[in-house]
Design a protein around this ligand. Sequence first.
Ligand code: NQM
Length: 372
Amino acid sequence: MQTAIPCLFMRGGTSRGPFFNAADLPADIPTRDKVLLAVMGSPDKRQIDGLGGAHPLTSKVGIVSKATRPGVDLDFLFAQLQPDKDTVDTTPNCGNMLAAVVPFALETGLVKPQGATTTLRVLTLNTDMLCDITVQTPDGHVAYEGDARIDGAPGTSAPIKINFLDTAGSVAPGLLPTGHVRDVIDGIEVTCIDNGMPLVMFNAEAVGRTGYESVDQLNADTELQARLERLRIACGHAMQLGDVTKKNYPKMTLIAAPRAGGSIATRSFIPHVCHDAIGVLAAVTVATACVLDGSVTQGIAVVPRGEAKTISVEHPTGEFSVEIAVDPQNPQTVTRAALLRTARLLMRGEAMIPAAVWRGQQTNDAAQRRAG
Ligand code: NQM
């Protein structure tokens, strides 16, 4: 007998993966991680025995529960798996999977719709990050169809607005964890920054590239990848992240002048594969660097004037707009970051776990939900 765990399979932004109610997973973390590896079919390059899509962006899991902290509606724990590794990393954030959290909670009855739109406060447990998420709920149901377009996902969908409340220093100690807005590390001028995602940003020319290469070119460029990994490990120490050899961060971000009317061009390694677009919090962090005096974006980025601005981050499949507001008294402090995502429920059902991995007791809750 396999153990059946209720599961919704969802796209969140430009990522995709199974979502679970935390109460349906083993409470013990090593057992939970074994279960998640079995769900996704990792480690295996093709993830043939699981639901993973053989890429880091489709090797993600969302775990949702009702919040315990006053003033917060939902808790979200994100788990990053890898196709060919046996790791379950819950240290970094994922702003893409985050976009599917409120739809999941509404679909599974964890929360009730509020009217034509529903706004809930979500705590991402990975880094203790708060945000307000607004989804369309006409007629008491989540709307997935609409006119909102995000580059990196086909077609259009109903908009999901995410308003981040506190992102600085998500995993690293502070926005600028080296203490400087710009450093020279391993011979390269870099900005090491974390406004939701730890990033190392540098001019693509500093590593002999243009920053406009295709994802396929960059994923085939083993010489560049070796150079980036050496730099990443050195920057990990400088950012007080310790030995990052086995960690999914910092992400390495090549930058160049915009060439499609945006603010800056990017190629983002997450951290060993080049992203087809850019992560949500990676885009927030790039946008933040664009408004910091002295960062490596200076002389490259085209930044609008004013306290509130929209920074358009160009990436391999389009652009990602981030609304950024800075403190007028201290323009080096970002007070708000907001952006648009979409999500879609792709499938509902049960993830089946081999008995050799976990002989789960179905909770009464799960059994009742299955019974309808
Ligand atoms: O930066 C990819 C993604 C992400 C993470 C990654 C993300 C974020 O595109 O908030 O969304 O950086 O591994 O899903």
